[in-house]
Design a protein around this ligand. Structure first.
Ligand code: GCU
Length: 414
């Protein structure tokens, strides 16, 4: 039929052909930079094919569509159960860090099914300030490892990793954070959900139905559980009168940067989001990704996402979603994507690609779009509503990075 039309009425054929192309094409965003990734799902096109042209349509139509898609396909749903959440101030010192800070240690308890799990949150706040940003993020090895303060309670030894006091203080420059007039709050991520294939401990069992042993196929994996924990920590921070609960920035590095991204994407009460070296299933675009692939994540860390997500094993090139969709859910709030030059496992160029793509959404709010470069020159940060840098060096979160986060926080959350 079509070939007949082509022979008999070439002009009409051309019109039909262009119309068909237009109908298919907008379903995908083309990135025309060198090293482009074609056929990524479009951010600014609704499921029924309408262009999203303003912030109202983004908020009312497209953002909820994307939120539903990625929760269903990637992270899994938080089980629909009511959990009893309480907080208790265990300790407070109004003269911490040489008299410059308030230290608090708070026990958050979660109860259901006759089971209770408790998590301790360590908080340092700048003294004498009312409005200030607070960074909230998980630590890798226990609260006592972030700063050499002998008053910090020892955490549970979930792993064989060292728990020496202040051993990770390079990753948590607490004194500089306070000096910059910001607060910091942290919890040990294992306390919320274990980072191993075990669903019998952590927060999961509290949500189970009788005889349930693990989350069902469409329910959460560890990233969503960790994100849930960050939201519960925010619940507390928003009730603490010494904290500026409207200026809490969720932060995380590596797998915890994947968790901070999902927490901040989902929970719009977070005033800003920082995702450092989050790579695969973090901010990096999965399609055509170098280093760690989506399939590699499924194989090595099946616990991180829903069981349902495993159907995408070896489907990396034909995904109906990609990570720019998750990142876009942060818009229009301040967003920081950080990379390191030697972290090819995470793929800095694909981390930056997300920033470029989501800048179209930020543009609906009047922020500039990022130019279509595949990645940025080293250590020449972009300081804007979407901020970005590539530190020279390895996969890590270091004082160089924090210095930029402090500027970002004080600039974007004035
Ligand atoms: C591994 C994993 C990454 C993860 C990182 C981390 O390298 O493959 O996806 O980000 O661990 O959390 O340190």
């Amino acid at each position: 039929m079509t070939s007949l039309l082509f022979l008999k009425k070439p002009k009409q054929f051309l019109v039909v052909f262009i119309l068909v192309l237009m109908a298919i094409q907008p379903a995908f965003a083309q990135i025309n930079s060198s090293g482009s990734v074609p056929n990524l799902p479009a951010l600014l096109l609704s499921n029924n094919g309408n262009a999203i042209k303003n912030k109202k349509d983004w908020e009312k139509i497209r953002r909820p569509e994307i939120a539903a898609l990625v929760e269903k396909e990637i992270y899994g749903f938080v089980p629909d159960q009511k959990i009893d959440c309480t907080s208790e101030l265990l300790e407070q010192d109004n003269n911490a860090i040489g008299g410059t800070a308030i230290r608090k240690q708070i026990k958050l308890s979660f109860k259901r099914n006759n089971q209770t799990i408790s998590v301790e949150m360590l908080v340092y706040l700048p003294k004498g300030k009312k409005h200030f940003p607070t960074f909230l993020g998980y630590n890798f090895n226990g609260n006592e490892t972030i700063y050499p303060d002998a008053k910090i309670h020892a955490s549970k030894a979930w792993t064989g990793n060292g728990k020496e006091l202040g051993k990770d203080s390079l990753n948590w420059p607490v004194a500089s954070i306070i000096q910059a007039g910001c607060g910091v709050a942290t919890m040990y991520y294992w306390d919320i959900a274990p980072d191993k294939e075990d669903f019998s401990i952590g927060i999961y069992p509290l949500f189970y139905q009788p005889n349930q042993l693990r989350p069902s196929n469409n329910e959460w994996g560890a990233l969503a559980a960790w994100a849930w924990g960050l939201s519960r920590a925010l619940d507390y921070l928003q009730t603490d009168k010494q904290v500026d609960g409207k200026r809490v920035i969720v932060i995380g590095h590596s797998r915890l940067g994947k968790a901070s991204l999902w927490a901040g994407a989902k929970d719009q009460r977070f005033a800003g989001v920082i995702s450092s070296g989050s790579g695969a299933m973090g901010v990096s675009i999965s399609k055509d990704k170098k280093g760690e692939t989506l399939s590699a994540v499924i194989k090595r860390f099946p616990r991180w996402n829903s069981t349902n997500f495993k159907k995408y094993l070896n489907q990396d090139s034909i995904l109906p979603f990609d990570q720019h969709m998750v990142v876009a859910m942060v818009a229009p709030r301040p967003l920081y994507i950080a990379s390191a030059s030697e972290d090819q496992w995470a793929d800095p160029s694909h981390e930056y690609l997300s920033a470029v793509l989501v800048s179209d959404v930020y543009h609906l709010y009047g922020y500039p779009t990022l130019s279509n470069k595949t990645s940025l020159p080293l250590e020449q940060p972009i300081a804007g509503r979407i901020s970005h840098h590539v530190r020279i060096g390895k996969h890590d979160i270091l004082p160089y990075d924090w210095n930029l986060y402090l500027q970002f926080a004080n600039r974007e959350l004035k």
